[in-house]
Design a protein around this ligand. Structure first.
Ligand SMILES: [Zn+2]
Length: 79
């Protein structure tokens, strides 16, 4: 857990990291998900191994005091 400032309750307290899978833009069927997998695989080859899987998740930090969740996707690798 990381100690961070929470903008919701205004306290500096422990936050736990929560990782959620992003809703796929490719639809819900298995065939569509397979296409999403291939697309991620091939973009991963060009952009760099590992990034493809990172693109599919959102990182949140949840305040242990008020349970407010803050999206914590740091897109530094794209800058
Ligand atoms: Zn809070």
């Amino acid at each position: 857990m990381a100690v961070r400032y929470c903008s919701n309750c205004g306290k500096t307290c422990e936050h736990k990291e929560i990782i959620k899978q992003k809703p796929s833009p490719y639809g819900k069927s298995r065939k569509e998900q397979f296409k999403a997998f291939l697309s991620g695989f091939f973009s991963g080859v060009t952009v760099g191994a590992g990034l493809a899987s990172l693109e599919l998740v959102d990182r949140y930090e949840q305040c242990t005091h008020c349970h407010h969740m803050t999206l914590d996707n740091k897109g530094e690798e794209f800058k």
